[in-house]
Design a protein around this ligand. Structure first.
Ligand code: IMP
Length: 170
C-alpha cells in the first residue's frame, strides 16, 4: 500500500502537537488523556511519549462502524473509563474525526462528568464528511474524503499495525 502519510511525517507532527498541548496548560498541572479505543491507541502511545509534563491516561471504547467503511451514525458505548474526570484537565485522544458523530457523543457524555476543562486531539480530520459541528482543538492532519488505514486505524480489524497511513484501495 502507498503511504498517504509517512511514518516520519506522523512522528514529527505528533511531537509538534505534544508541544502545542503542553504550552496551553499551566506548568505543573496534570493533563488527563482519554484515549478512544481501539483506533486511538497508537496515537496516544506516541503522544504521551512526546510529553514531558505530568500526564495520566485512561481509555474508553465506543464503536460507530460495523465491519465496513460507512458510518451507521449509531454510537455504541463498549467500555467506560476507570477513573473520575471531576476537576481534571481532560483531553480526548481520538484517531480520526469523520462525520463527527462519535466525538459529539463522547464530548457530551464526558462533559457531564464535571472535568475542569475538556478538549479534543485528533490525529486526522475529514472536514468534508462532517454531519455535526464539533470542536477539535488539536488536529494532526486534514485529509480528503478517503478511507484510510494504519497507525491504529483499521478496516475490518486489519492494518492497525502499519507504521504509516494509507488509503484503502478495495
Ligand atoms: P465519526 O463518528 O463518523 O466521526 O467516525 C469516527 C470513527 O469512525 C473513528 O474513530 C474511526 O474509528 C472510524 N473511521 C472514520 N473514518 C475512518 C477511516 O478513514 N478509516 C478508519 N476508520 C475510520
Amino acid at each position: 500500500m502507498n503511504a498517504l502519510l509517512e511514518s516520519s511525517a506522523i512522528q514529527s507532527r505528533v511531537r509538534e502537537l505534544a508541544q502545542e498541548i503542553e504550552g496551553d496548560y499551566p506548568a505543573g498541572e496534570e493533563i488527563h488523556l482519554v484515549g478512544v479505543l481501539k483506533g486511538g491507541f497508537v496515537f496516544m502511545a506516541d503522544l504521551i511519549r512526546s510529553m514531558t509534563t505530568r500526564v495520566s491516561v485512561d481509555f474508553i471504547a465506543v464503536s460507530s462502524y460495523g465491519a465496513g467503511t460507512k458510518s451507521s451514525g449509531e454510537v455504541r458505548f463498549q467500555k467506560d473509563l476507570d477513573t473520575s474526570l471531576e476537576d481534571r484537565h481532560v483531553i480526548i485522544v481520538e484517531d480520526i474525526v469523520d462525520t463527527g458523530l462519535t466525538l459529539k457523543y463522547l464530548q457530551d457524555v464526558l462533559r457531564q462528568r464535571a472535568p475542569r476543562s475538556l478538549k479534543t486531539a485528533c490525529l486526522l480530520s475529514k472536514p468534508s464528511r462532517r454531519k455535526v459541528e464539533v470542536p477539535v482543538e488539536y488536529i494532526g492532519f486534514t485529509i480528503e474524503d478517503r478511507f484510510v488505514v494504519g497507525y491504529g486505524l483499521d478496516f475490518d480489524e486489519k492494518y492497525r499495525n502499519l507504521p504509516y497511513i494509507a488509503v484503502l484501495n478495495e
